[in-house]
Design a protein around this ligand. Structure first.
Ligand code: ADP
Length: 457
């Protein structure tokens, strides 16, 4: 119809600006490999921090006993207990609990927050009875910026995600938790402090020896992989018996060769961290809905996408969520009924069939770019590993463990990501690369790392 005709060229422009043909993907993959190398050479050598995890022994399957995981990464924290039975029995029992952190504790003192966590952990542990003669060992997944100093210590650089707890920054978060457990007389200890990506890799590796890479695509995004220690110059010759260690890319900070639009630049400028986390802002769940909203608002204002007036709610940052894009893209009705109701419910937009079709194209464009760039990032990691050890991974089965709400719940995203990886690697090699959803592997992964790094043998 005439309404959306004016928006049509704008859609074409958006599609051009977001295009990710093979040469663009190749360039992104190559830049990712290069940035990985530069970050491994020296601290501050590239956008990628390449943080050493100190995880240099991976779960083998032989782990036995009862272990805990504690996951603190947002307004909820999760506790989990797993009973491991060794090679044959594997996971005998698993229990978990979720506790929400009271708002006031998010701006309390460090002692108050950690006392609360320690108490919640003790309550959970007591429900399962006591374990005579042995301290409870905890794998602590802590998803805030930490300068790790060993497998069981790390200095908090700063709180993020709405936390403003006083007195923790600059301190060892493991010591903070251990001291809180001492104050409460709780006989438990943190044996491993890990990033959630690292825990996901460990959890997936427990079931499958071929797992080499883990990627999280949720609200934010990150990746890690198993690296040879002799390929990490900044380790300066330190070795562990395995000769391998997990390195956390912090790949959200990657920025090279990305096809960006005016909507990306405007969103970045309006963000709390302009110029930072550009890869994350292009591929992760927090932002895809917002990029689409900005594109749609522009089409409404300049191309009368939704008629003469511009729906007011469409001007509100972040009204359109990535789950909304996904819901719309699953619409199988002839009149795109679901698209219409999502638009009406979240943005107060009245639409007709032709404008709904354009909206779907906008969603697809943003999501396709995101997923294909994420795929290129994964190939960048794989190529880096392969270049250093010929046939280490491309000549045999290699698994990339994926987790996070975006990957899990956006079928188009998954499909585009896998397509891009296959395009980049070619038909033969891509047969060997398995991209696998490792659901909630991070909880059990952290508990496994407590086991492999047990203080009591
Ligand atoms: P987090 O990354 O916040 O720790 P998750 O891994 O569960 O937690 O990811 C949640 C994110 O996943 C949400 O912020 C959202 O961006 C995305 N997401 C959740 N549900 C859907 C959905 N149905 N479709 C697409 N994306 C979704």
């Amino acid at each position: 119809s005439s309404v959306s005709m004016a928006a049509a060229p704008m859609l074409t422009k958006l599609q051009q600006d977001c295009a990710t043909p093979l040469p663009v993907l190749r360039n992104v993959a190559a830049s990712m490999s290069e940035d990985i190398r530069a970050g491994l050479a020296v601290d501050g050598g590239s956008d990628l921090k390449m943080i050493l995890s100190y995880v240099d022994s991976l779960p083998s399957g032989d782990e036995k006993g009862l272990f805990y995981a504690l996951d603190l990464g947002g307004t909820n924290f999760r506790v989990l207990r797993v009973e491991l039975g060794g090679k044959d029995k594997r996971v005998i029992a698993i229990e978990s609990d979720q506790v929400s952190i009271p708002q006031e504790l998010m701006s309390a003192t460090s002692e108050e927050l950690f006392d609360f966590i320690a108490s919640a952990l003790a309550n959970f542990a007591h429900k399962g009875g006591n374990f005579p003669g042995k301290k409870g060992e905890i794998g602590f997944t802590f998803s805030f910026p930490v300068k790790q100093t060993s497998i069981d210590s790390g200095i908090l650089i700063k709180w993020t995600k709405g936390f403003a707890v006083s007195g923790t920054a600059g301190k060892d978060v493991v010591a903070c938790l251990n001291e809180a457990m001492d104050r409460k007389g709780i006989d438990m200890r943190v044996s491993a402090l890990v990033n959630d990506t690292v825990a996901t890799l460990a959890g997936a590796r427990y079931w499958d020896d071929d797992v080499m890479v883990a990627v999280i695509l949720g609200t934010g995004t990150n990746a890690c992989y198993v690296e040879r220690m002799d390929c990490i110059p900044k380790l300066q010759g330190e070795f562990s018996p395995s000769g391998r260690t997990i390195v956390n890319l912090e790949w959200g900070a990657f920025s090279k060769g990305l096809p960006l639009t005016v909507f990306d630049r405007d969103m970045d400028a309006a963000s709390i961290n302009p110029g930072e986390q550009i890869f994350e802002k292009t591929i992760s769940g927090m932002y895809l809905g917002e990029i689409a909203r900005r594109a749609l608002l522009h089409m409404a204002e300049e191309g009368s996408l939704f008629g003469k007036s511009v729906p007011e709610k469409l001007s509100m940052p972040f009204v359109l969520g990535t789950p909304d894009l996904s819901t719309m893209q699953q619409d199988g009705t002839k009149d795109l009924h679901t698209v219409g109701s999502v638009l009406y419910n979240v943005a107060g937009v009245e639409s007709n069939l032709s404008s709904r079709k354009i909206v779907l194209e906008v969603c697809d464009t943003i999501v396709k770019r995101a997923a294909r760039l994420a795929g290129a990032g994964i190939v960048g990691i794989l190529q880096k590993i392969e270049e250093d050890t010929k046939d280490a991974i491309f000549g045999k089965r290699t698994v990339v463990a994926m987790d996070g709400g975006l990957y899990e719940r956006y079928p188009q995203y998954r499909r585009y990501l896998k397509e891009a990886v296959a395009e980049l690697l070619g038909p033969e090699t891509s047969q060997n690369i398995v991209i696998e959803h490792s659901k909630d592997g991070s909880g059990i992964g952290a508990a496994l790392l407590a086991a492999t790094n047990s203080k009591y043998g």
